[in-house]
Design a protein. Structure first.
Lengths: 202, 516
């Protein structure tokens, strides 16, 4: 199913739109004149890093409040972008507690979260507003170069955006699409209840 | 080297060892030392759960076999990667928790069809222990099920009702007059043993609240009064002070590198179908030159498991947005798990617990829009039926010591299977029946196959027999001709079945613990 969507016309249009933001194309592709040269603006997001695995997983600590704020904005954007915010059972306090768990022990996400927060700030500054910055962060990476996962943007998409999407769907985002239960959702017991926490065959 | 001396020395901390140790301590029968080659895996830990949920990273894969830790030869080599787990709690740490009993005829395989061995006791004898095992493993099931074997007591917990996607398959089964039932499963519907009721969280691979039974829960309950669990302590050999008496076990402390000897009045090997025969073979001495208990060359032999069948079918439209909203199996069929099919190999059928499933988060991460996802929810989807097939043993198929040691300090494993694990014609027959069900449900069959053989459900490598001529342990699970050495493992099964073996192992362990 996912492969089919990637190949869909809608997705190809999305790709072109994103390429116009990035100003890059896959190796060997013909770069349209209209977008050539624009890549300089976010080049910092596509600089190669040493590898694609979690950076500094042994470095635990606390996230500074501004970083928590920016990460919360990234999380909130999911609900706005996919119109399922009303279904999500997650407030900022609980979100901050989850982040604290993720940065306090091995493998710690402290570096990933700080770097994603910084990247978001730089994208905002470079592109002029947060909407454009979030658009870059949420652009699927599958069409870019094989080295994409080991770039700042690749790291942010892997360890922040994708994981936040998983968290958001599990915490109620799935309900927007008509489902009653989903892995990660605490549905409730299946015995001795008036209403089951999943759709039952009768 | 100072030794430890205990009443009971148990090798292995999986479900068998854990239940035995718990019962020994409950009746204050003596001190227990348990040796476990692996380490502790954090269970019911919120951070580990978040990792599983957000990144798919499970904390226990480190305990699974790596590809360079075993070899396999034969026409259909086994790939045991991912099939078992070495660590505190053993393979229950990653199991699915399916808990069917064996059928009464499974205990009489030789008498009925002339294959393998009969068990030295029948279903009626082990039935009370099945009841006890279902409590220990906190099993939910349908006490009035039509195709499960008779029972003297109800399940401790009621079964989870069928899901909507189950209904699609059930309707087809009804049309074809194929019987079906609820899957008995180790999920407690109400609080038990200090664990809360299942909350249908759906991350059963790593349950954050312990509603999926894992043997570490039993170990946690035992406490430290005359019970000690030594982790990272692979057993290297069993020591004998005379031919008919074991004195202890030599093991390595993996963290210090030192070799130790633990002494025990009774020694109970609960190390599973692979490690148990390897330990006996590695313990060869002057009195037992071919390995302990191996005077008639049965140690390691007769290896079987359950070949696993799969049929997938697709429908072009999913107007009802069918989605598997529980992450454990609820529907099974024992229609072909009966005496009539016993001669050629039975089938235990289930609807897969992970289909149909539309991964919303993945679509979002790939850039699909809300409208595209909503369309996908009603678009093409797939269902999968799975089947565990009964296998018959061949003396030639066996476990041997490999060269070198694993990360856990255990000898590597060589799996020699010169005779194919299953009969192609029988597998084809069952795959055909599974295809019929999906086609009757309106699906176009897309794939039909047998999974590569793993180590799940492996059995029979130190099989139970009345006489040393036919096996390794006697009906009391004592190694033939040795006064105080016992084996409690799937390895002692004289024959297999189509049903998953863990509940039967738990019943055997509780039966054993009563009198050990």
């Amino acid at each position: 199913m996912p492969d089919r969507w990637i190949a869909s016309e809608a997705f190809l249009l999305e790709r072109r739109r994103v390429l116009q933001i990035f100003g890059i194309l896959a190796a060997g592709a013909i770069i349209p004149e209209a977008v050539a040269g624009a890549n300089d603006s976010i080049e910092f997001a596509l600089q190669p890093l040493s590898d694609a695995s979690i950076r500094n997983p042994e470095l635990a600590g606390e996230l500074p409040p501004p970083a928590v704020d920016r990460l919360w904005r990234i999380f909130e954007h999911i609900g706005g972008h996919w119109s399922n915010a009303a279904d999500v059972a997650m407030d900022r306090q609980r979100f901050a507690r989850i982040l604290a768990l993720k940065v306090s022990e091995f493998p710690s996400y402290l570096t990933e979260y700080n770097d994603a927060s910084d990247l978001f700030s730089r994208l905002e500054a470079q592109l002029g507003d947060s909407a454009q910055a979030l658009r870059v962060l949420f652009t699927p990476p599958s069409f870019t170069t094989p080295d994409f996962p080991s770039t700042p943007l690749g790291h942010a998409q892997t360890y922040v955006v994708t994981e936040f999407i998983n968290l958001q769907i599990a915490n109620g985002g799935f309900r927007h699409f008509g489902y009653v239960n989903c892995p990660g959702w605490i549905g409730g017991p299946f015995a001795g209840v008036a209403e089951l926490p999943y759709r039952e065959w009768k | 080297m100072a030794g430890d001396e205990v009443d009971y020395l148990i090798v292995g901390s999986g479900v068998a060892g854990a239940l035995i140790a718990e019962r020994i301590r409950e009746r204050r029968a003596g001190s227990v030392l348990m040796l476990e080659a692996g380490g502790k895996i954090e269970m019911r830990n919120e951070r580990r759960w978040l990792d599983a949920l957000m990144s798919g990273r499970l904390p226990y894969t480190i305990g699974q076999d790596q590809v360079d830790e075993f070899t396999s030869t034969g026409p259909d080599p086994w790939n045991i990667n991912g099939g078992r787990l070495i660590g505190r709690g053993g393979s229950t740490i990653h199991w699915g928790g399916w808990c069917p009993r064996f059928q009464p005829e499974d205990f009489e395989l030789f008498s009925r069809v002339g294959k393998d061995l009969d068990w030295p006791f029948g279903y009626r004898d082990i039935e009370p222990w099945y009841c006890e095992a279902e409590i220990a493993l906190q099993v939910s099931g349908d006490s009035n099920a039509r195709t499960h074997p008779w029972r003297s007591r109800p399940y401790p917990f009621e079964a989870a009702p069928f899901t909507q996607p189950d209904g699609v398959v059930i309707k087809a089964m009804n049309d074809l007059s194929i019987s079906y039932d609820h899957m008995p499963i180790a999920r407690n519907a109400k609080p038990i043993h200090g664990m809360p009721a299942c909350q249908t969280i759906g991350t059963c691979q790593y349950c954050p609240i312990g509603a999926r039974y894992t043997a570490d829960q039993t170990l946690d309950r035992i406490g430290s009064d005359e019970f000690r669990l030594q982790l990272h302590a692979p057993a290297r050999r069993i020591l004998m002070d005379k031919k008919s008496h074991a004195s202890g076990v030599e093991y390595v402390n993996q963290q210090s590198g030192e070799t130790h000897t633990a002494y025990g009045r009774k020694i109970i090997i609960c190390a599973g179908t692979f490690e148990t025969p390897k330990l006996l073979l590695a313990s060869a001495n002057v009195d037992w030159p071919a390995g302990i208990g191996n005077q008639t060359d049965h140690v390691g032999r007769h290896l079987i498991a359950n070949p696993y069948l799969s049929v997938r079918g697709a429908i072009d439209r999913n107007s009802n947005r069918w989605q598997q909203e529980l992450n454990f199996a609820t529907l099974c069929s024992r229609h072909w798990d009966n005496p009539a099919t016993q001669g050629t190999g039975k089938l235990f059928l289930n609807k897969a617990d992970n289909s149909p499933f539309l991964n919303l988060a993945r679509l979002m991460a790939q850039g699909a829009t809300t409208a595209e996802i909503e369309a996908a929810a009603r678009d093409r989807t797939t269902f999968e039926l799975q089947g565990a097939m009964q296998m018959f043993s061949h003396r030639e198929n066996r476990i041997l010591l490999g060269s070198g040691t694993t990360r856990f300090g255990l000898p590597k494993t060589h799996i020699e299977v010169p005779i194919k694990a299953y009969d192609d014609a029988n597998a084809a027959q069952w795959l055909g029946q599974m295809r019929c069900i999906l086609e009757a449900a309106g699906f176009a069959v897309q794939a039909s196959s047998v999974y590569p053989q793993r180590s799940d459900h492996a059995m029979c490598t130190t099989r139970m027999s009345r006489s040393p001529t036919d096996g390794v342990v006697d009906p009391d699970l004592r190694v033939h001709d040795i006064d105080n050495l016992y084996i409690v493992s799937n390895a002692v099964f004289p024959s297999g079945a189509a049903a998953n073996p863990t509940l039967t192992l738990a019943a055997l362990a509780l039966r054993f613990a009563q009198h050990c």
